[in-house]
Write a protein that binds this ligand. Structure first.
Ligand SMILES: [Zn+2]
Length: 343
């Protein structure tokens, strides 16, 4: 990394009210046609501006051009019928009405590359771009063609790799794959999940990351977390597999969660994105609270491999709260950096 104790967002930021209904997950667009395309571009500029003003060091697009972190990507693929809907259980947690895989899947054209090029022009610093991971993609669909979660995951991994290569060519420094499903399907993660992730990330001329989390602060997730016990050790099964993989950066949720932080010790050699911002409440952390989380993480990870991060996406929050949390994240990292003699 360019900076010890860098900072980054997991992925999403709230959208302006003129683009989509505020404080709502997967909110429909408020505009259409050319006006919508212009509005997305404007919103991305604001999302970048908020991060730069706060002092965040790795800049993302705030996912302003996507309605959903998985389906917006899938909408651009062949082989998936969005009119043929089925109800499936997402990550064993809640039911959702999802599109159906009806044939071989392929990518007609680049999905996010134009966005990545725009993002590249908005800052000279490092930029990160997020894509869904293969296992999380298959968990968001009904499969009426492959009839095999593993086969469909391998097919998506190929497509993701094509997209990721183009993102890297567009100047993206870190391509991150979002795999919340890795905290649920442990046998599949072991058998083929990490392998399909590595296929998606293969031979990229940039850094690669995986974001695994306990989700947004929605009711279904909060209920699930209540049943996870006093200590959340889900990462314990996956981290050794990721440590042996070629993925460069791994996230874990820390602040206000029950994840034992010593699990970072399982990620030797990796950059670790430490969640120091809770995305499930409106309480803005103090810089000192963020600093305390990062200081603790330094017991297991060296400053140049530590990235202060949000626990997950901030799209369901208000813009004011998200902005406050961005400032706290950057200020907290600055406190620890100063303590170590970098300022
Ligand atoms: Zn997340």
């Amino acid at each position: 990394m360019t900076q010890p104790i860098a900072t980054a967002i997991a992925g999403s930021l709230p959208k302006p009210a003129w683009l989509a209904q505020p404080e709502k997950l997967w909110a429909p667009w408020q505009l259409s046609g050319e006006a919508l395309e212009q509005a997305k571009v404007d919103a991305m500029r604001l999302a970048v501006d908020d991060q730069l003003r706060a002092g965040i060091s790795i800049i993302g697009d705030g996912e302003q051009t996507r309605q959903h972190f998985v389906t917006t990507f899938i909408e651009h693929l062949d082989g998936v019928d969005f009119l043929k809907r089925k109800t499936v259980r997402i990550r064993d947690r809640y039911d959702a009405d999802v599109p159906t895989v009806v044939g071989p899947v392929s990518r007609k054209r680049s999905v996010f590359v134009a966005d990545a090029r725009r993002l590249r022009l908005l800052t000279n610093g490092p930029i990160k771009f997020t894509l869904p991971g293969p296992m999380t993609m298959i968990d968001t669909l009904y499969d009426d063609h492959f009839k095999s979660r593993e086969k469909l995951a391998w097919a998506f991994a190929e497509i993701l790799n094509q997209e990721a290569r183009e993102l890297a060519e567009a100047g993206v420094d870190i391509v991150q794959f979002d795999e919340p499903a890795f905290n649920v399907f442990f046998d599949e993660v072991r058998d083929w999940g990490v392998k399909t992730l590595e296929r998606a990330a293969a031979d990229l001329p940039c850094k690669t990351a995986v974001h695994i989390c306990y989700g947004y602060g929605i009711e279904a997730n909060n209920k699930w977390k209540e049943g996870l016990g006093a200590e959340w050790r889900q990462y314990e099964q996956t981290f050794p597999l990721l440590a042996a993989s070629r993925i460069n950066q791994v996230s874990l949720e820390c602040h206000n969660s029950h994840v034992p932080m010593e699990l970072i010790g399982l990620l030797e050699g990796k950059d670790v994105m430490v969640g120091a911002i809770d995305v499930a409440n409106n309480q803005i952390e103090t810089p000192e609270e963020v600093a305390a989380t990062l200081r603790k993480a330094l017991q297991w990870v060296k400053p140049h491999h530590l990235i202060g991060c949000t626990n997950c996406g901030m799209v369901p929050l208000s813009r004011a709260v998200a902005r406050g949390k961005l400032h706290a994240l950057a200020a907290g990292a600055a406190i620890v950096r100063a303590e170590l003699g970098w300022s």
